[in-house]
Structures are given as C-alpha cells and as structure tokens.
Design a binder for this molecule. Structure first.
Ligand SMILES: Nc1nc2c(ncn2[C@@H]2O[C@H](COP(=O)(O)OP(=O)(O)OP(=O)(O)O)[C@@H](O)[C@H]2O)c(=O)[nH]1
Ligand SMILES: [Mg+2]
Length: 251
C-alpha cells in the first residue's frame, strides 16, 4: 500500500530537515512505497530553499515540496497537500520533530487493517507518553471538551489535536470537498465529517519527545480563531439538520 504523508510546514527552518531525514529513513524501512509532501505554508523564511537544496543534494526521490507565497494556515496547507496526494493511505504529520516516530509506527500498523478507515492517535490512550506544561494541558483537555460538546465526533474518539492522522484514500477524498477551515480547527472539521456519517475510528497511542521546543502556536489569537471555527462547524451541523427536518415536514 502506498502511503502519502502531508507535512504542513510553517517557519520550520530549524527542524524540517531532521523531520525529513527520520521520516524518509523510517518509511524506507517499513513501507518503501511512500511519498512525503511538504506544503510550505507561505514563503516567509528559508524553509523552502533549505528543503529543496537538501532533497537535491541527497537525491531523495519520494519527496515533493509545494506551496504558495502567503501564509494561509494549517487547514489550508493540509487540504492543499491531500488534494495532490495519491497514496492508498493519506495522512498528515507536523513538520517539526516533536512527535516520536513510534506514534507513526503504531498508526501505520492500524491503518493497514482492512476494516480501519481512520487512525487518530490520542494522548489519553493507556500506552501514550506525553509530558506537557500546565498551560498546554489546560489547553489540550479544554479543547477536547469543547469539541465533544459542540461537534458530532466519532463515538469512540478520545482526542482531537494530535499532529498526526492517517486515513484511507477513499474516505479522505470523499471528505475533502466539504472542508473549509483554514486554521487549526481542521482536525475538528475532519473528525466531525467522519462522526456525521457514524463511522468509528481507530485510536492509537501518542508519544511526544521530551526536549521539544516550547509552543509557538498556542497563543490567544490562534485559540480564539480555533474556537470560532469550531462554533462555525457546529452551526453548519445544525443548519444541515434543520434543513433535513424541514424537508421531511414539507415534502
Ligand atoms: N503555527 C502555525 N503552524 C502552521 C501554520 N500552517 C501550517 N502549520 C503547521 O502546523 C503544524 C503544527 O504547528 P506547530 O507550530 O508546530 O504547533 P504546535 O506543535 O502546537 O506547537 P510547537 O510547540 O510550536 O511545535 C506544524 O507542522 C506547522 O508547520 C500556521 O499558519 N501557523
Ligand atoms: Mg509542533
């Protein structure tokens, strides 16, 4: 099975080569039929040039670097990459090295099973190992609760925001045209689409590296935008529901 991994990449000059090296090495060993798609989410620093040069120098074939001038957000970047992916398995992973490779190892093993359509790693899985600052914990768990209250998530889902998700191609290609969120609520939006049709997902353990750089993206503005987008998705759910009920009434 071919695996396409999309890496939404925003200002990752320092870490992106490490991430490329370890993913390339790991996938070459476990599943040589793969492609890595780096989506440069705005040409705002040297990430694109650094990547392109490294790939050329090392003659790495299974890697694409695509992107656009302006920063659009993680959601936009993920969609942009997934639209151009052709694997049997299509997923995305953060472009920095915070996520341990064994998270991917567990996820790949699960998604290869015939009856599994989506793998969603979770910090709450009993085997997970994630150390977070107090601020990050509050943010993370608060987010799960807001999502659970407002959205139609898959029933067995326990976590939303981990920076790694894998799907079967058919599922993601069907969902893609309905996605609209440009920023960080993309995870919520995808899971809501899966939940709406009543599918369940496979939950795998999640491992974060201990010595990771502290957050650049958990700021008030980003959180505000994310909550606004989750409300928006929730409203769309209700609209859809109301129009279906009305249709039934007036038919
Ligand atoms: N912050 C940010 N990240 C983006 C954006 N577009 C794509 N991304 C990618 O989204 C992923 C997650 O973003 P990160 O900034 O690493 O967020 P994080 O892991 O919560 O925070 P860090 O602790 O800073 O790593 C990374 O792969 C980013 O490159 C954007 O507009 N802003
Ligand atoms: Mg990160």
């Amino acid at each position: 099975m071919k695996i396409s991994l999309v890496l939404p990449t925003y200002k990752k000059e320092r870490e992106v080569i490490d991430q490329l090296e370890r993913l390339y090495g790991f996938l070459t060993r476990v599943n040589p039929n793969f492609e890595l798609i780096f989506v440069i989410d705005g040409y705002v620093d040297n990430t694109k040039d650094i990547l392109t040069k490294y790939i050329k120098d090392n003659k790495l074939k299974k890697t694409k670097v695509i992107g656009y001038e302006e920063n659009m957000g993680k959601g936009y970047a993920v969609r942009y990459g997934m639209e151009r992916a052709n694997g049997d398995i299509i997923g995305y992973i953060d472009a920095d090295t915070d996520i341990q490779i064994r998270s991917l190892q567990h996820a790949i093993k699960q998604i290869k099973k015939e009856d599994v359509i989506a793998v969603i790693p979770s910090k709450l899985h009993k085997d997970s190992n994630v150390e977070m600052t107090f601020k990050r914990k509050i943010f993370s768990y608060g987010l799960i609760i807001i999502n659970k209250i407002l959205l139609k998530l898959p029933k067995n889902l326990t976590d939303v925001g981990c920076g790694l998700k894998l799907f079967k191609r058919d599922l993601i290609k069907r969902i893609l045209p309905t996605l609209k969120v440009d920023r960080f609520a993309i995870d919520s939006e995808i899971l809501n689409e899966i939940g709406k049709v009543g599918y369940s997902v496979s939950i795998t353990p999640f491992f974060l590296n201990k010595n990771r750089s502290d957050s650049t993206s958990v700021n008030i503005k980003q959180i505000g935008t994310m909550i606004r987008d989750i409300f928006y998705i929730s409203l769309e759910n209700r609209k859809f529901h109301t129009s279906r009920v009305l249709n039934k009434l007036y038919r």
